[in-house]
Design a protein around this ligand. Structure first.
Ligand SMILES: *[C@@H]1O[C@H](CO)[C@@H](O)[C@H](O)[C@H]1NC(C)=O
Ligand SMILES: *[C@@H]1O[C@H](CO)[C@@H](O)[C@H](O)[C@H]1NC(C)=O
Ligand SMILES: *[C@@H]1O[C@H](CO)[C@@H](O)[C@H](O)[C@H]1NC(C)=O
Length: 179
């Protein structure tokens, strides 16, 4: 048991550090270990493969006036692996089921309050409220268990304004962390 764990760690290390083509030739023990961890290693490889892991990150470079429950459309896309995020709607749709982490940073305008929420389908998951007079940012950060097709978006609680410019003060990001 101990030796298998150590070998699994070594193999996972190889897969994380380098490619997923684990080189295991010539040893009966290695063949056995390879068989034992084959199923998990496929998953580990998928999770650490930049082409197969859902991950998105987008920013907003202009201010927006929003109405109640309007989705904030972060339209400057940095990364969108598997195209789960749609910048023209602001909605992330889970391409595969799994545990995802999401974060969003939003900035309020001077003299105007801002309250936004992160929604999972029709459920408000978490909110942040900014009522100081100057510009300030608020942060949302959650980890959610999603089914394929579930939708995540950041919405304004009321008729509020988010403030931004070319500094990209507002971002929305998410990625799969476990299948
Ligand atoms: C909020 O926005 C909606 C849609 O833009 C508008 O019809 C409504 O009058 C606004 N309400 C207030 C209190 O500004
Ligand atoms: C969330 O909404 C999507 C799109 O309407 C739907 O396919 C999915 O089944 C919903 N998930 C849950 C958990 O209600
Ligand atoms: C925001 O990004 C768009 C697209 O890249 C660009 O055309 C526009 O000039 C940018 N606006 C600001 C304020 O930086």
């Amino acid at each position: 048991m101990y030796s298998i764990s150590v070998l699994t760690l070594v193999l996972c290390g190889e897969m994380i550090m380098g490619s997923c083509d684990v080189k295991l030739e010539g040893s009966l023990l290695k063949d056995l270990v390879k068989m034992l961890i084959k199923k998990d290693s496929d998953k580990v490889c998928a999770l650490f493969n930049r082409k197969t892991i859902p991950a998105f990150s987008a920013a907003l470079n202009k201010s927006l006036s929003l109405s109640t429950n309007e989705i904030i459309k972060f339209d400057i896309v940095f990364i969108n692996n598997l195209n789960g995020y749609n910048p023209s709607t602001g909605i992330f749709t889970a391409p595969i089921a799994g545990v995802y982490q999401f974060s969003s940073i939003v900035m309020k305008d001077r003299g105007k309050p801002l309250v936004v929420s992160l929604w999972h389908n029709n459920t408000r998951v978490s909110s942040v409220s900014m009522k100081v007079s100057d510009h300030t940012t608020g942060t949302l950060s959650v980890i959610l268990d999603l089914q394929k097709g579930d939708q995540i978006a950041v919405k304004s609680y009321y008729n509020y304004t988010v403030y931004s410019n070319a500094m990209n003060y507002n971002t929305f990001s998410g990625n799969l962390i476990a299948q």
